[in-house]
Design a protein around this ligand. Sequence first.
Ligand SMILES: *Cc1c(COP(=O)(O)O)cnc(C)c1O
Length: 226
Amino acid sequence: MIHQEVYQTILKDCQEKNATLIAVSKFQSVEAIQALYDLGHRDFGENYVQELVEKQEVLPKDIRWHFIGNLQRNKVKDIAPFVHLIHSVDSIRLLNRIVSQAERFERPIDVLAQMHIAEEDTKFGMDDAEMIDFFEYYEKEVEGKGVSVKGVMGMSTYTSDQEKVKKEFKTLVERFHYLQSKHFIGKKEDFSIVSMGMSSDYKLALEMGSTMVRVGSSIFGARKEA
Ligand SMILES: *Cc1c(COP(=O)(O)O)cnc(C)c1O
């Protein structure tokens, strides 16, 4: 069951800001994804490799699958043949594994650098120092070799305090602009994605400069978590 009216509203909000809406379908049925697909939707986000692979096999091949969960290096090979964008790259080791799988499957792979912006230490992502090392390494060793870092991704603190969330989104956007001016001079369009905002805060995220929002439960209803 999908919430069609809510979906249309969120889609319109995104279109007004030229942002991409990713429908986060983790724990949702193949039938629910197909129903949204039938409305014309193509961008879907998943958090778990096994679940994604199973869904990808049975659903239409023109779906753009976004991987947004914590990714183990030994699982990269399972999604490398078809994934559209990996949002959750937070280490050089993971980046290197994606490079080797892109070579193996002779398929370019686009990724985002996940930044730590929330206060809880349960949320993944790089801090400032890791981010600097990551992009220096990327520029020297990876750029132009099959894997492209297209932008940044972040998850805000789970809180009703909108001011706090706003501050965290602002931090992510500032880092994005810093990286753009440091590493993508003269090729800003190569680094143009800011993935931030979920069901509870997507509107704020769009106001703050998000170009990609990841919305699950508002569209599909509550998840039956495993
Ligand atoms: C589950 C998830 C979402 C979607 O969350 P909702 O609150 O259901 O909109 C977005 N981003 C990430 C990284 C997620 O894990």
